[in-house]
Design a protein around this ligand. Structure first.
Ligand SMILES: Nc1ncnc2c1ncn2[C@@H]1O[C@H](COP(=O)(O)OP(=O)(O)O)[C@@H](O)[C@H]1O
Ligand SMILES: [Mg+2]
Length: 255
């Protein structure tokens, strides 16, 4: 089967001669359909830069990125926004819900933008909300929801369009540990039951332990990779901590 995502020799440099930051320095990555992959590394290791290049928010200095076989580094701006809308789902640390819309309307908006027939919307929102455990929250406004419920609403909005790839940057960063666990269990279930392909950036070992495979970055370069295989989540967590220690133990410092 073809990869959902292929990153080839990606470089992203910031600054100019004299003071260049090699935020991403020759990274290669391949994500197959149905994978749940984590990107880990200390603060400043290039995680967000990598994700921003894949999500087309940022343009690479060199290298190529293919999503479903299409080289997205060559897309023009109109094609880019269409690609982003139709093929990607985003979950960020601060969930970016619209305050003046209910949870239902926030989630439905993603479908409206894609010109989904009105008759389909109600059912699809209900079904997705059920998957994320927020069926009771749909008539509430963001300020009436807990942080965890808001983040699961954002996740519902991200997956309702059936994107090829869901990109999440520190999705548990603003959540207490119970809400984080709930969100991650939903991600795990979406990945297992629906086959949603997820690429999640985190600096946190507990969050990363929900992934099936983890790429570790150090100073913009691939450092190593861990595959969960048949390990329990707890055993995998232990292995992650070992790599974090090798990396210099800096994964749990400030974001
Ligand atoms: N827009 C930018 N301009 C200049 N330097 C940047 C910019 N964005 C990130 N960087 C630098 O690139 C490196 C990687 O940053 P980032 O990808 O945000 O790391 P992480 O998400 O792993 O904490 C850091 O040294 C950061 O200071
Ligand atoms: Mg970051």
């Amino acid at each position: 089967m073809d990869a959902i995502l292929t990153v080839e020799h990606l470089q992203k440099y910031y600054g100019s001669r004299g003071s260049v930051t090699r935020a991403i320095d020759d990274v290669n990555l391949r994500v197959e359909p149905g994978e749940f992959v984590g990107i880990m590394g200390a603060s400043g290791s290039g995680k967000t830069t990598l994700l921003n290049c894949i999500s087309t928010i940022d343009a690479p200095t060199s290298g190529r990125i293919f999503v479903e076989g299409r080289d997205i580094t060559t897309l023009k701006s109109r094609e880019l926004s269409r690609f982003r809308r139709e093929r990607l789902g985003f979950v960020f640390q601060d969930c970016n819900l619209l305050d003046t819309l209910t949870a239902f309307e926030n989630i439905a908006l993603a479908l409206t933008i894609l010109k989904t027939p009105a008759g389909e919307i109600e059912g699809r929102v209900q079904k997705t909300a059920g998957l994320l455990g927020i069926a009771d929250c749909l008539n509430k406004y963001p300020y009436q929801l807990s942080g965890g419920q808001r983040q699961r609403t954002a996740a519902a909005r991200a997956i309702i369009t059936d994107p090829a790839l869901v990109l999440a940057d520190e999705p548990t960063g603003a959540l207490d540990s119970k809400s984080a666990r709930l969100l991650l269990e939903r991600f795990e279930a979406l990945n297992e039951a629906r086959g949603t392909t997820i690429l999640m950036v985190t600096h946190d070992a507990f969050t990363a332990s929900y992934c099936r495979r983890i790429l570790f970055l150090r100073d913009g370069k691939s450092f190593t990779e861990l595959v969960r295989g048949n390990d329990s989540r707890k055993a995998f967590f232990g292995k992650i901590i070992e790599v974090v220690t090798l990396l210099g133990g800096a994964c749990d410092d400030v974001l």
